[in-house]
Design a protein around this ligand. Sequence first.
Ligand code: ZN
Length: 442
Amino acid sequence: MQYCDILLHAAHIVTQDEQGRILDNASLAIADGLVVGIGPRADMDALWQAARVMDMGNSLVLPGLINAHTHAAMTLLRGLADDMPLMDWLGKSIFPVEKQLTADLTRLGSLLGYAEMLRTGTTACVDMYLFAEASLEAAHTAGLRCLGGEAVFDFPGAACAGPEQALEKTLALAEKYRSHPRLRVAVNPHSVYTCSPQTLGACRDLAHSQNLPLHIHLAETPQETALCLSAHAMRPTALCHSLGLLDLPCTLAHVVDVSAEELDLLARTKAVVAHNPSSNMKLASGTAPVPAMLERGLPVGLGTDGPASNNRLNIFVEMDRCALLHKLAEKNPTVLPAEQTLHMATTGGAAAMHDMRLGRLAAGRPADCVALNLDAPGLQPLYSPVSHIVYAATGMETRMTMVGGEVLYEDGRFSRFDYPALCAEARAARDFVLRAAGRKPA
Ligand SMILES: [Zn+2]
């Protein structure tokens, strides 16, 4: 008999392990935040003595989903402005409010966003925003894993006077969180249209010297390409390549407007793509060539982007939309089968986090997992767990979310913060956002 902290029983466990095992009537043994055993329930009951038994009944357990690109604090701007092109939407609605944001509002918006993620089965995210110290504090409060960092722009903003200050903040945060078990810092140049080559070079140097990943919006729209060609006589991917950004471990959000040659180039680098199907559709940015990326072995994770251009932070929704978008775009229903789509949301997300321990349930891996209630309407009867995860679940069937062996959400309750109090704060913040947007509070 061996001892563990938790023995978790479930009707089905989708492991996403190297063999792609799906176990029926199975159990996970968890100790010190890691999975230490996985197998049929009868065997596990005989092997393990647990301090706590969690019998999840008729549940489907899977690895925690990973949001490969987001701006969680933008929950405060959700629904403020919709149905506009990217550059208009940013320039007329988003940047004016962001100019007046504060660290406290960022902390509030981020915690709201992380609550939505935990509620819908996401256990880790790659985040980029202003006042990143507040976003990272919110992630620390919520308990989910986060690769975050200060967004770097050439122009002054509410959080920083310019790129030098953003990079100073990035370095301070990297030092603060260097040994944090769940938080990590990335260098976050916003994009090639908001950062000069000099700024991008400074970002590269900081990432290289501090051994940090780099996270940037890249090739999101044909308009970005046109701006880059006129300013630098290079396309966005070529510009980043020429500056050495792609030699670093980097997460590239969007990668919509790319050629086959550029994909060949990206596949030879350390780049990981964060694909954001809802945001790309809502802003009509274009269709990222995801099947062509995967054919080349380029790792691709799934992101929501910010909740003002989605408008959800729900990776179950992204999986469904991703699979359907590319089937339609290629006019081929065999494109992006459910298994491949689930891999994007788990092991692809781990690549985007630059933490390959994540995304699988196997001995020695972090105990980050989610339980879906299979008694929920919409999930009965069950033939294929992976089909239900990708095509039928909405995320609201999530009944338990665990990170590092710690239950952060279970049956309507968040374990680390007071959600009703958070909602009251969000309602109070609404008037501030409306005034900052030049509108009268109702
Ligand atoms: Zn984004």
